[in-house]
Design a protein around this ligand. Structure first.
Ligand code: HEM
Length: 327
């Protein structure tokens, strides 16, 4: 082929990039050996063709009203997937016989349930009993990331909703007091490499932490914490345990500022800052801080992988009528 201009070369490279991204997604998805009921990118194409657009429009509308919900929806997907797999178990309300995941201390500051309910109500009207709550959470997180300026990516659909949601299972969520080895272990147990763990932690480019999540760092001098930033955190905490501290200077924008904050010793959680303090993960943080495109690419791959953790297929799950209750 004859190349007439640098523009032609750029076009070819862009196409090659797109193609390799597509092949990679297919590999990630097919690598999990899904059966007949398995996940597919076009899962709802016949049964509920407008599912994707209904969810996207609902998310966009909600985020226009409250941009901080982008962070909430991304975190909700993580907390769903790390406990009992991506099965919508985090959405279930407690009953008189069962204290559900959402009432555990680690989940009390989760938000955005009403966005999922809103999408579900519309989907039940259009195509009753078809679109699972777990898929809605996964798609809402993806759409929130894009809305906030992050990478665009497709995810496989067809997750079924779980029938178990117990407070004690949330012990599997990582704690903000974890050091790097503990973080690597917690993510390693679910099949993630240290690099994928750092990429996923980059979700903290969105949102805030409450004082109760980081105040332990302020009682004795923490050498990994910049002294001016320690004053900022103390000031935040002076208004109480629920006072919020943004993870970086652009909490509603998906960018790589979080990693630059870590380099400046401005990480909010202990579990954030250790990623830079520990030699094993420091190079990864430096890489993402320097190269946002590399962060975006690693992040989206890790998110697609996280989104298929222990999914329930066929009769192992159901499509809930109401995301807050098992059928
Ligand atoms: C690496 C281990 C992780 C730990 C220890 C951790 C811990 C935390 C903590 C303590 C908060 C603040 C909660 C509060 O004070 O209310 C938080 C917020 C958040 N986390 Fe993580 N997290 C981790 C990984 C992740 C991952 C993998 C994701 C998503 C892929 C994620 C997404 C978020 C988001 C977006 C927020 C902000 C929520 C908001 O503003 O409403 N986190 N995380």
């Amino acid at each position: 082929m004859l190349l007439n201009s640098p523009l032609d070369l750029a076009k070819i490279m862009a196409m090659a990039n797109l193609l390799s991204m597509f092949i990679l997604m297919e590999m990630i998805v097919s690598g999990f050996g899904f059966g007949v009921d398995g996940l597919r990118m076009d899962y709802y194409i016949m049964s509920c063709p407008f599912a994707e657009s209904i969810i996207k429009n609902t998310v966009n509308r909600a985020l226009r009203n409250d941009p901080t919900l982008a962070a909430a929806l991304v975190r909700m997907h993580f907390h769903d997937c790390f406990v009992e797999g991506c099965d919508g178990s985090v959405l279930i309300d407690s009953t008189k016989d069962n204290i559900a995941e959402k009432d555990s201390p680690g989940n009390l500051s989760l938000r955005g349930y009403e966005v999922i309910d809103d999408a579900k109500d519309q989907l039940e009207e259009q195509c009753p009993g078809i679109v699972s709550c777990a898929d809605i959470v996964a798609m809402a997180a993806r759409d929130a990331i894009f809305w906030a300026g992050g990478p665009v990516y497709d995810i496989p659909k067809g997750r079924k909703d779980g029938r178990r949601s117990k407070i004690e299972d949330t012990i599997n969520l990582p704690f903000p007091s974890f050091n790097t080895s503990e973080l690597i272990k917690a993510f390693g147990q679910r099949g993630f490499s240290a690099q994928e763990m750092v990429a996923l932690s980059g979700a903290h480019t969105l949102g805030v932490a409450r004082c109760s999540s980081f105040k332990a760092r302020l009682s004795n001098t923490d050498p990994t914490l910049d002294s001016d930033f320690a004053k900022t955190l103390s000031k935040t905490c002076s208004t109480g345990d629920n006072a919020e501290q943004p993870f970086d200077t652009t909490p509603n924008t998906f960018d790589n500022f979080y990693f630059n904050a870590l380099i400046r010793k401005n990480g909010v959680l202990f579990s954030d800052q250790v990623l830079y303090t520990t030699p094993r993960t420091r190079a990864i943080v430096n890489g993402y801080a320097m190269n946002q495109a590399m962060f975006f690419f690693d992040f989206l791959q890790a998110m697609v992988k996280m989104g298929v953790l222990d999914i329930k297929e066929g009769s192992k799950g159901e499509v809930r009528e109401n995301c807050r209750k098992i059928n």
